[in-house]
Design a protein around this ligand. Structure first.
Ligand code: FES
Length: 168
C-alpha cells in the first residue's frame, strides 16, 4: 500500500504546508513519516515520495543517504551512532569505538544477534569537544551521550536492553 493510501490524513497535512510550486520541500517530513511507519524508509516509500513531489527517486535516495537520521534498511531497535569525525577522533573516538565493538561483539555496521543494537560510525554530531560521544536513536527519539567512558556506556547498553524488553 502506498504511503498516501496508508496515511492519507498525515500526507495531506504535510503537503498543505507547502505551496504547490515548492512541494518538493515536503520531502523531509514525508521521509520522517515513512520511517516512523516502517522503522526504516523502504524503496517503495521512496518511490511514492518521488512521485508525490515530482522529483526523481535518486533525489529522494540521495537525501536519505545524506542524513544520519534516515535509514533505508531494517536494523536494530536502537542505533548507536558514534561520532568518529576528526575532532572526536583526536579525543579518542576510534579507540572508544573499537572497545564498544568488543563489548557488543559486533563490527561497525552490524546488529547484535538479539536485534537490539546496530552500531554505526557517523560524522559530526555537534558535540565536538565532548568525545567520546554517541547518540542513540530508538522508538522514543534520540538521546545524546557525551564524555563517555566504557563503564558509563555499559550502563547505557544495559538500559537499552531493559527498555527493549519493555517495548516489545
Ligand atoms: S566532530 Fe564529533 S561531534 Fe563534531
Amino acid at each position: 500500500m502506498s504511503l498516501e493510501k496508508a496515511y492519507p490524513k498525515e500526507v495531506k497535512q504535510i503537503l498543505s504546508k507547502y505551496p504547490p510550486e515548492h512541494k518538493r520541500s515536503a520531502v523531509m517530513p514525508l521521509l520522517f513519516l515513512a520511517q516512523r511507519a516502517a522503522g526504516y524508509i523502504t524503496k517503495s516509500a521512496m518511490q511514492d515520495i518521488a512521485q508525490m513531489l515530482d522529483i526523481t527517486e535518486t533525489d529522494v535516495a540521495s537525501i536519505v543517504g545524506f542524513y544520519t537520521l534516515y535509514h533505508d534498511k531494517k536494523e536494530g531497535k536502537y542505533r548507536m551512532q558514534v561520532c568518529t569525525d576528526l575532532p572526536c577522533a583526536l579525543r579518542g573516538a576510534d579507540e572508544f569505538l573499537d572497545k564498544l565493538c568488543g563489548n557488543l561483539g559486533i563490527k561497525v555496521g552490524e546488529t547484535t544477534a538479539d536485534g537490539l543494537v546496530t552500531l554505526e560510525a557517523v560524522m559530526c554530531l555537534a558535540a565536538c569537544d565532548k568525545a567520546p560521544m554517541f547518540q542513540v536513536q530508538g522508538p522514543d527519539g534520540i538521546q545524546y551521550h557525551e564524555n563517555m567512558t566504557m563503564d558509563r556506556t555499559k550502563e547505557v547498553i544495559a538500559a537499552l536492553k531493559y527498555a527493549g524488553r519493555e517495548v516489545k
